[in-house]
Ligand binder design. Structure first.
Ligand code: ADP
Length: 249
């Protein structure tokens, strides 16, 4: 494809921490509409990369381009406004509100907070309908009236995806969406990610390699801050450097 297909790109992305280079000259190109996984052994620089992409950290060198615009110096809140949203580590779920209420609040946040606007019964009703549709879409319809705190681990994650989807992101960054989950939850979330990826781009850091294998269109392997390999799962999993990085970790 052409570069028009690339929604997010980094060039020479580098982050030094007091002389230690956590991310080194990373060139990443995420294709629009794809599920792209960032993998690698502990300490490879995956989290630092995500923090650079969402502007929690300022790069030492390099550029980040999103939808053809240089966002290297854009503020974190502005990144979300442009449609690039990170889930899981920052997505707030209020434990004692219901599933439906949590999603409605996320929708309200997206729409703005003008007092007059929120007084309109018509708008509130419309939001309820939209919230119910999102709750249904993530498979939580039968739990709509349950408090978030009552949900299983995997369903809580599904609720986080719903609150993230409420922001209508064009691209979602998922931090280890399957961390700490049992088989059933893993299957449910994998299915959900597959479904929401139909009309958006997903970049995820995930340790569960069978999930990565089944979900990802493309995989970038990091080791010691550098890109070690890139390609589909069949290609990178056979790469001797990748095997060595995992074994040597
Ligand atoms: P991963 O997510 O792949 O496990 P990280 O991005 O968390 O890797 O870390 C990459 C390396 O950078 C690690 O060696 C880590 O200790 C180091 N590192 C991360 N954050 C900081 C920091 N704030 N200060 C110093 N070193 C850091």
């Amino acid at each position: 494809g052409t570069t028009d297909d690339i929604i997010l790109q980094t060039q020479g992305l580098t982050k030094d921490f007091k002389g230690f280079t956590a991310v080194s000259e990373v060139d990443l190109a995420v294709r629009r509409g794809s599920i792209h996984a960032l993998i690698g052994p502990n300490g490879a620089g995956k989290t630092t990369c995500f923090n650079l992409l969402t502007k929690f950290l300022i790069p030492t060198r390099g550029t980040i381009t999103y939808k053809g615009e240089d966002i290297t110096r854009v503020k974190p809140a502005d990144i979300a406004r442009r449609g690039l949203v990170r889930s899981f580590q920052i997505s707030a779920v209020f434990p004692h509100l219901t599933v439906l209420e949590n999603v409605r609040i996320a929708l309200q946040r997206k729409r703005g907070d003008s007092f007059d606007f929120w007084n309109s019964e018509h708008v509130l009703k419309e939001l309820d309908g939209e919230a119910a549709r999102l709750v249904e879409a993530v498979g939580l319809a039968e739990f709509s009236r349950h408090q978030a705190v009552e949900l299983s681990y995997g369903r809580k994650r599904a609720l986080e995806i719903a609150t993230t989807l409420a922001l209508d992101p064009e691209m979602m960054l998922l931090d280890e969406p399957m961390a700490g989950m049992g088989h059933e939850d893993v299957d449910r979330i994998a299915e959900l990610i597959r479904r929401v990826s139909a009309d958006r781009t997903i970049l995820m850091v995930e340790h569960n390699l069978s999930v990565v294998a089944s979900l990802s269109d493309r995989i970038t392997v990091l080791a010691r801050g550098k890109v070690l390999a890139e390609g589909d799962y069949a290609t990178v999993s056979k790469d001797p450097r990748v095997i060595e990085a995992y074994i040597g970790a």
